[in-house]
Design a protein around this ligand. Structure first.
Ligand code: NAD
Length: 294
């Protein structure tokens, strides 16, 4: 019998890639429900799965911020069960805190946190009843460590970490495994899709000049980090597969070791100042040096 997988946010990036990878499994072990908010964006995905066996794959509309959409999706699953739930839908937001409107912050939390909660809530009762299931989350190193000018994004991903770590404890009792995939930068369209405050934004003109300068330095750092260490989606997908195939999956999977020293620093120096200093140096001293070299 096929394992039924439901993935959120499949119109692009990691969600699309994972849907294709599982649907094209040579042993046809999976039946994939690839869900997306906007079905008019399904062309890319359709193109990628055109050679897959028809009963390995189905596309459904699901907006994770719309409770009704989430509940009605649960009713469209022919097998009436989901064995592996992948909460992947997510958005970013970048810029000085003072620049973010209440609306844009709420929107981000609606997708990243409440969307993840609603999705899990919808499928958890079935998993508990069957005493089996897996919940896999597209998380981020930004869910474990603060990143400057990503305050709101990190706040939402920290919240997701807290949600999942808490859930995992009682869910052991039900043989339900929760796994967070901690991605560093990934070469998807995430950076283009996210809302970032840019130099033409009028709100940025109102922010103090030191913050503007720091933000500018951060943007340079971000660009070079993406150039130097961003991983291909394929690499990330192998880690998802590892979590899916593991007999007893871990709570966390790291797709890269690159950020490990910073993450460990947070734990080894619990006061936190060491981390704050190290991250400041990591983000801002490189760019300063480059400026001086010019
Ligand atoms: P992406 O922008 O290609 O994918 C995000 C997907 O979520 C999009 O398809 C988007 O349409 C969908 N989405 C947004 N709002 C939605 C909603 N209300 N309902 C349903 N779907 C919605 O970028 P990605 O890199 O594939 O991101 C996937 C996940 O990985 C996100 O949760 C992101 O936070 C996480 N992540 C990405 C990176 C990175 O550098 N790309 C790093 C760490 C974590």
């Amino acid at each position: 019998e096929k394992r039924v997988v439901l993935i959120t946010g499949c119109s692009s990036g990691i969600g699309l890639g994972l849907a294709v990878l599982l649907a094209s499994d040579t042993c046809q072990r999976f039946k994939v429900y690839a869900t997306m908010r906007d079905l008019s964006k399904k062309e890319n995905l359709m193109e990628c799965v055109k050679d897959c066996h028809a009963d390995t794959f189905e596309i459904l509309q699901m907006d994770v911020t719309d409770q009704q959409s989430v509940v009605s999706t649960t009713k469209k699953i022919k097998e009436q069960r989901v064995d592996i739930l992948v909460c992947n839908a997510g958005v970013g937001l970048m810029g000085p805190l003072e620049c973010h409107s209440y609306e844009s912050m709420k929107k981000l939390f609606d997708v990243n946190l409440f969307g993840t909660i609603s999705t899990i809530q919808a499928f958890l009762p079935g998993m508990k009843q069957r005493k089996s299931g897996r919940v896999i989350i597209s998380s981020s190193v930004g869910g474990l460590q603060g990143i400057p000018f990503n305050d709101i994004y990190c706040a939402s991903k920290f919240a997701v970490e807290g949600l999942c770590e808490s859930l995992a404890i009682a869910l052991q009792h039900f043989n339900i495994h929760v796994s967070l995939i901690e991605c560093g930068p990934v070469s998807t369209n995430f950076m283009n899709n996210l809302h970032s405050v840019d130099t033409s934004d009028s709100c940025l003109q109102e922010v103090d000049s030191d913050t503007r300068l720091l933000y500018d330095q951060y943007l340079q750092h971000c660009q070079s980090i993406f150039q130097d260490v961003a991983q291909d989606t394929e690499e990330i997908l192998q880690v998802f597969l590892e979590a899916i195939e593991a007999p007893t999956p871990s709570l966390r999977y790291f797709t890269t070791q690159f950020f490990m020293p910073l993450i460990k620093l947070k734990l080894s120096c619990a006061g936190g100042s060491e981390y704050v200093r190290a991250m400041h140096k990591f983000v801002f001293s490189g760019t300063k040096q480059k400026e001086e070299e010019k």
